[in-house]
Design a protein around this ligand. Structure first.
Ligand SMILES: NC(=O)c1ccc[n+]([C@@H]2O[C@H](COP(=O)([O-])OP(=O)(O)OC[C@H]3O[C@@H](n4cnc5c(N)ncnc54)[C@H](O)[C@@H]3O)[C@@H](O)[C@H]2O)c1
Length: 281
């Protein structure tokens, strides 16, 4: 049976870890050629080695416009075209509350989480137009892009703005056959949790398991998410199976944003404190 992305070419940013990595690997299994764009050269190179000719790693800092354009150029040079742009790279950014945020910290957070998505749209749409056809853009927003109190101020604001990018893209790019959708993950077991709370990366899985133990039972669906839960949603939005879908922000959160109003920020912070005090001594 043909894969769901047979013949398609994708750029996936943040592909060296977590959601991006699971998505890049799923896209390849479904027949796509993938440019894995990231700043983690060690993991990116290892990913390329594991996937032979179907995936190439391109060092890409998504806060740099030339790098984003370069990742798309790599897709065209190596695989002949671009069909899917997955704007996914991210990190927590400035963790300050509103009362302490600095212009520089705020700007850097927006550059990483929002401007990268804007520029991903810009360069992917230009390439789609140059090819004379449509394409699919998928962006990783967050439950923190739908409600307050899931994360720090900068992150929450930046992810809400990703929703704005998608809605604007509908009107500007829809008539050109270009779709744009976002995914709003809830709490997903990836290394971003360890990176956000200063837990060493070799303890990332243990930390994720700890968070799952503490917070999973409170989720409507009884567990935290895994990267593959998001990869499956990205696959559907990237593929022709969602051909009539554009402008949506799809929560993939075990029901959390339907049930709660962003009560996880404090729960995660408390659990991270407990982990650090009991497991990292
Ligand atoms: N894990 C969660 O709970 C969760 C929830 C909601 C949204 N998200 C979002 O999902 C996306 C992926 O996060 P993840 O959970 O897989 O985290 P992760 O830390 O496992 O992966 C993030 C990847 O992005 C890369 N990256 C960071 N800065 C970059 C830059 N400037 N340029 C290029 N690459 C860069 C990292 O090297 C890493 O490979 C992010 O946008 C994040 O905000 C995650």
């Amino acid at each position: 049976m043909a894969g769901r992305l047979e013949g398609k070419v994708a750029v996936v940013t943040g592909a060296a870890s977590g959601i991006g990595r699971a998505s890049a690997e799923l896209f390849v299994r479904e027949g796509a050629k993938v440019v894995a764009a990231d700043i983690d050269d060690a993991q990116g190179t290892e990913l390329e080695r594991a996937h032979g000719g179907s995936l190439v790693y391109a060092h890409t800092d998504v806060t740099n416009e030339d790098d984003i354009a370069g990742a798309i150029a790599t897709a065209v040079q190596r695989f002949g075209r671009l069909d899917i742009m997955f704007n996914n790279a991210g990190a927590q950014g400035d963790p300050s509350p509103l009362t302490d945020i600095t212009p520089d910290g705020f700007d850097k957070t927006l550059a990483l989480l929002t401007r990268s998505v804007v520029l991903g749209h810009k360069h992917a749409a230009r390439q789609f137009e140059a090819q004379g056809g449509g394409g699919s853009i998928v962006s990783t927003a967050s439950a923190a892009g739908l409600q307050g109190n899931w994360s720090a101020a900068g992150y929450t604001i930046a992810k809400h703005a990703v929703v704005g990018v998608v809605r604007q893209a509908v009107t500007e790019l829809g008539p050109k056959g270009i779709r744009s959708n976002a995914i709003a993950p809830g709490i997903i077991r990836t290394p971003i949790m360890a990176r956000s709370f200063g837990v060493p990366l070799e303890k990332a899985e243990e930390f994720s398991a700890f968070l799952d133990e503490k917070l999973g039972p409170d989720q409507p669906i009884g567990r935290l998410g895994v990267a593959e839960d998001i990869a499956e949603a990205a696959l559907w939005l990237a593929s022709d199976a969602s051909a009539f879908v554009t402008g949506i922000v799809l929560p993939v959160d075990g029901g959390a944003t339907s049930a709660y109003q962003g009560t996880f920020a404090t729960a995660v912070v408390d659990a991270a404190k407990e982990f650090t005090e009991t497991r990292l001594v």
